[in-house]
Design a protein around this ligand. Structure first.
Ligand SMILES: [Zn+2]
Length: 341
């Protein structure tokens, strides 16, 4: 449903001769320097159109095994591949034991085509990163999210940043999601080339329980991790007053060559987590700030468990990225035909 809503909302933004292409699980948008929206560099238009209409997807947008192994262990990736074609009933006892070892279960449950899903999610972000690396694009967006499906299985953000480090010396990663960006922080905690800045709820018993003020990185990466743990209830004005100056100071001091922003929408009022009390204004101010720095920008989806609010949020952020005003008149549409949630 999330993707359907987003597709509908995105049509409300009037792109002249719209060449926006949505990829199976995610709505990926690539913007050329002159502000023109373009289809991804690696996908041909016909296959992408087909992917949108028939629910298949162009294989060239999948992460390769080698790309997945650039961060994840070979054993883990091979295991995902081994159980890819199985249904839950077909899993052997030893495979179930191995799943437990890798943390597959509970809120990261087994899903059919688990490897394909992981390769697709990883591939969407890697494709976006490659678009920026090509120098042909200055903003790339992958709005994949949808209740974190498949994000549990591979860390697409780390895969994307590893690609960006081939060209960019300093990457600023900003995590706006309600939950601490623990996976990305851990991956780059020892380097001074990636500064991880996470704003999140922190409370005893709230997942993942990490991201305290004094978590600042290790070794060469010491002071290149910034955590802003917050209690419930923060509103736009407090958030903006706190976060925007912190981000500005971080940018001045760190001088990033590129920004990667995870725009989880579970901070919005109305999300089932009911923690922060933000409107679209708060993430919008962050996006406006990043744009004002005039450096390449990779924008990613994330959490967001109120599908309508999440679609509204990401549509609005996209409209800011492409300098368009969203019409308040939403076109008639059918929702749920290709539901993923
Ligand atoms: Zn979250």
């Amino acid at each position: 449903m999330m993707r359907d809503l987003f597709s509908v909302f995105i049509r409300a933004i009037s792109f002249p001769g719209s060449s926006v292409r949505s990829v199976w699980s995610s709505c990926s948008v690539f913007m050329r320097k002159e502000g023109e929206i373009a289809s991804p560099p690696d996908g041909d238009k016909e296959s992408l159109s087909a992917a949108t209409s028939c629910n298949c997807h162009p294989s060239e947008l999948f992460a390769t095994i080698e790309e997945l192994k650039s961060f994840h262990s070979e054993e883990y990736i091979e295991f995902l591949k081994k159980i890819n074609g199985l249904t839950e009933e077909e899993l052997l006892d030893e495979q179930e034991e191995e799943m437990e070892k890798y943390g597959i279960g509970y809120d990261c449950p087994f899903i059919p085509q688990i490897f394909d899903a992981a390769a697709m999610i990883g591939g969407a972000t890697v494709t976006a990163a490659k678009a920026l690396l090509s120098g042909e694009y200055e903003i790339a967006v992958n709005w994949g999210g949808i209740k974190r499906m498949a994000f549990c299985y591979v860390n697409d953000i780390v895969l994307g940043i590893l690609h960006l480090l081939q060209k960019y010396k300093r990457v600023l990663y900003v995590d706006l999601d309600l939950h601490h960006g623990d996976g990305v922080e851990e991956a780059f905690a020892h380097t001074s080339r990636v500064l991880c800045f996470s704003i999140h709820k922190h409370e005893v018993g709230f997942y993942p329980g990490t991201g305290l003020l004094n978590d600042i990185g290790y070794g060469k990466g010491k002071y290149y991790t910034i955590n802003v743990p917050l209690f419930d209830g923060i509103q736009d004005s407090q958030y903006i007053e706190l976060i925007i100056p912190l981000l500005s100071k971080t940018q001045k001091k760190f001088q990033p060559d590129i920004v990667v922003c995870q725009c989880g929408a579970d901070t919005l009022a109305g999300d089932p987590f009911a923690a922060f009390n933000l409107t679209l204004r708060a993430p919008a101010e962050c996006i406006k700030l990043f744009k004002s720095w005039n450096i390449p920008l990779l924008v990613l989806g994330g959490g967001g468990y109120n599908a309508v609010n999440t679609a509204r949020c990401w549509t609005y952020l996209l409209s800011l990225l492409v300098n368009k005003t969203v019409e308040s008149d939403i076109p008639d549409h059918k929702v749920g035909k290709r539901s993923l949630s």
